[in-house]
Design a protein around this ligand. Structure first.
Ligand SMILES: Cc1cc2nc3c(=O)[nH]c(=O)nc-3n(C[C@H](O)[C@H](O)[C@H](O)COP(=O)(O)OP(=O)(O)OC[C@H]3O[C@@H](n4cnc5c(N)ncnc54)[C@H](O)[C@@H]3O)c2cc1C
Length: 394
């Protein structure tokens, strides 16, 4: 039976970073993953350029049943610490928008960074490893793998959430938590596109590919101001992905299709300047033309010139376009979701070390815990911060 100080399950963002840090602190670390290569989600992330952190990382950007939990780790290993590391590895990056930092070149650079840091820490990485069982006794944790048995004083679960099963996602971490008596909040796909009920979908399907700036509100009052994209299944784009984390089945979301231009004064000014212009062509100055055409086909936009538009119609139109209420049919689910809401109840973990208070030597880091960030690099920052906090305690 092989002996290590620490075994980490999951060679994703959190597991790789934790392994590297613990290894560099002199621990003998075994890092296990069921996949063929490490960091598969990192490689897919940010359209292949990895949005590795966000300049404006703060606890308010995270959803959790225990909102204070993330504060300590985020404060001890910050976005600036990770940016320093990226700079030390000579990786060029840029801010795309809203504090979101991406590699100039490729997400592979972040995986290479993590692998180089693991090498510095003499981490033993075993891919294609199936963990068949985990038992605990006074010496620590014994893991039965396919073909071998390994043992360590400490066990770190970094197996992530359920999103994108094609990239190795599994409920493993939740099952281990339950095996050791920890509670797990129900999980739900988040940062995920909405699907629409059939009549609305059929009406909007021709808009597939059209994007526009919006503000979008959930029923609980949460608001995001970002782009929305029409797709052949429903609605996507950053605004929709963000609000999906705050949406419950059956609820409505409210979309302002013209957040930058108040429509009533815009139409009044347009009528004064071009009374014979069609309402459709006037709206097409501030909204995508295809969207205006569909709204006219749906009788939301009357087929009139500006001088024919009466004030009641103008008011109604402005109200509808500034507060378009949509009831999604559902979401595209874990198949396309970027993250998983819910997970291991963090009230049972130390916010300083990520250790389960009632189960010495057992730690949960990254997405498996009930901490879910906004779109925009926040989820990787949680992976780095929680991994770092844990590694200091190993
Ligand atoms: C397409 C996509 C794009 C994304 N883009 C971004 C982005 O740009 N910025 C951002 O901040 N976040 C992004 N995210 C979210 C981010 O990838 C995750 O929040 C982050 O990877 C979580 O890190 P983790 O280490 O906890 O889990 P993961 O990175 O998912 O790693 C978990 C690892 O555990 C392994 N594993 C699972 N079960 C087992 C098992 N039974 N045995 C052994 N190993 C197991 C998996 O193979 C995987 O390697 C994106 C997610 C997706 C799906």
């Amino acid at each position: 039976m092989e002996q290590f100080d620490v075994i980490i399950i999951g060679a994703g963002a959190a597991g790789l970073f934790c392994a590297a840090q613990a290894g560099q602190r002199g621990r003998r670390v075994l890092l296990l993953d069921n996949g063929k290569k490490p960091g598969r989600k990192i490689l897919m992330s940010g359209g292949g350029r990895c949005n590795f952190t966000n300049l404006y990382t703060e606890p308010a950007a995270y959803l959790s049943h225990n909102p204070h939990f993330c504060k300590s780790a985020l404060a001890r290993y910050t976005q600036w610490d990770f940016i320093d590391l990226v700079n030390r590895h000579g990786i060029a990056w840029h801010e795309k928008t809203l504090g979101q930092l991406f590699c100039d070149d490729s997400a592979q650079q972040i995986v290479d960074l993590l692998m180089a840091e693991c090498d510095r820490g003499n981490v033993t990485l075993r891919l294609r490893s199936e963990v068949l069982s985990v038992t605990r006794d006074e010496r620590g944790y014994t893991l039965q793998l396919n073909g071998s048995t390994v043992q360590a004083e400490k066990l770190v679960i970094a197996s992530g959430g359920l999103s994108m099963p094609g990239l190795g996602a599994s409920p493993f971490g939740y099952k281990i938590a339950e095996q050791f008596g920890l509670s797990v909040f129900p999980t739900r796909a988040a940062l995920v596109p909405f699907t629409l009920h059939k009549p609305l979908l059929e009406q909007l399907q021709t808009l597939s590919g059209v994007a526009l700036d919006t503000t979008i509100d959930a029923q609980d009052g949460t608001r995001f101001k970002e782009a929305m994209l029409f797709t052949h299944r429903g609605l996507s784009g950053p605004a929709v992905l963000q609000i999906s984390s705050y949406w419950q089945p059956g609820e409505f979301v409210t979309v302002d299709l013209s957040p930058a231009t108040p429509l009533a004064p815009f139409l009044t000014a347009q009528r004064d300047a071009h009374p014979n212009l069609s309402l459709k062509n006037s709206l097409a100055k501030i909204l995508p033309k295809r969207l205006v055409e569909v709204l006219q086909a749906l009788n939301v936009v009357p087929d009139v010139t500006l001088k024919q538009l009466n004030s009641r119609q103008q008011t109604e139109l402005a109200q509808t376009l500034h507060a378009w209420r949509i009831q999604p049919n559902g979401t595209e689910g874990y198949r396309t979701a970027e993250v998983t809401l819910g997970g291991v109840d963090t009230t049972q973990l130390s916010s300083k070390t990520m250790e389960a208070r009632a189960v010495p030597g057992l730690y949960f880091i990254g997405e498996v815990a009930d901490v879910t960030g906004w779109l925009g690099g926040y989820n990787f920052q949680w992976a780095w911060s929680s991994a770092w906090a844990c590694a200091q305690a190993l």
